[in-house]
Design a protein around this ligand. Structure first.
Ligand code: HEC
Length: 160
C-alpha cells in the first residue's frame, strides 16, 4: 500500500518541472525579442531637447551672423526677411521633423554664405531659436545626428 502511494506522488513531480521550465523559457524568449524590436519613442521640441549653455552659444553666433536681417527680436523686417518665431514658425514647421528645419537653415543661411558654419553651430542656433520661442531647455545638448534630429517633432510652443 505504502509503495503505491509513494509512486503516485512521485510521478507528477518531473511533469510539473517540465511545464515550469517551458514557461520560464517562453517568458525569457518573449522578453528578449521584444527588447530587440523596441524603437526609441518619438520626442518633441517640448521635451527639453537642448541645453541653456548651447542656446547661449547660439545667441552669440546669432548676434554676429543673423541679427542684421532677422533683427534682435527675431521678427525680421516685415518685408524681405521673415520672422523666425511666432506664427510664421508654427505655420511653416508644425508637425515637421526638427531635422528638416536644421537642414533648411544649414542649406540657406546665412544668406550670403549658406552652409558656412559648422554642424554644431547650426545646432546651437536651433537651440537659441527654440529657447526664444519658449521651449524649455533640458540636460542634453541638441545633437547634429540626422537620426536623432529626425525623431524630434516640432510642436507649437506653450506660448503660442
Ligand atoms: C542677408 C540677410 C540674412 C541673414 C544675414 C540671415 N538670414 Fe535667414 N533669412 C533671410 C531671408 C531673406 C529669408 C527668407 C528667404 C529664404 O528662406 O531664403 C531667411 C530665412 C531664414 C529661415 C527660414 C525661416 C522659415 O521659417 O522658413 C531661417 C530658419 C533663417 N533664415 C535663419 C537664419 C540664421 C540662423 C541666420 C544666421 C546664421 C540667418 N538666417 C541669417 C535673410 C537672412
Amino acid at each position: 500500500m505504502q509503495g503505491t502511494r509513494r509512486r503516485g506522488r512521485a510521478c507528477p513531480v518531473p511533469f510539473v518541472s517540465v511545464i515550469l521550465a517551458a514557461a520560464v523559457w517562453l517568458a525569457a524568449a518573449g522578453f528578449g525579442s521584444e527588447e530587440e524590436h523596441e524603437t526609441p519613442p518619438t520626442r518633441s521640441v517640448r521635451d527639453g531637447v537642448y541645453t541653456e549653455a548651447q542656446a547661449a552659444r547660439g545667441k552669440t553666433v546669432y548676434l554676429e551672423q543673423c541679427v542684421e536681417c532677422h533683427k534682435e527680436d527675431l521678427r525680421g523686417d516685415q518685408q524681405m526677411t521673415p520672422s523666425l518665431v511666432g506664427i510664421a514658425f508654427t505655420f511653416r514647421w508644425k508637425d515637421k521633423k526638427l531635422y528638416d528645419y536644421f537642414v533648411g537653415m544649414r542649406n540657406t543661411m546665412p544668406q550670403s554664405e549658406p552652409g558656412s558654419l559648422s554642424e554644431e553651430t547650426y545646432a546651437d542656433l536651433v537651440a537659441y531659436l527654440l529657447s526664444e520661442m519658449g521651449y524649455a531647455a533640458g540636460k542634453d545638448e541638441l545633437s547634429t545626428d540626422p537620426e536623432v534630429l529626425s525623431e524630434i517633432v516640432i510642436e507649437s510652443s506653450a506660448t503660442m
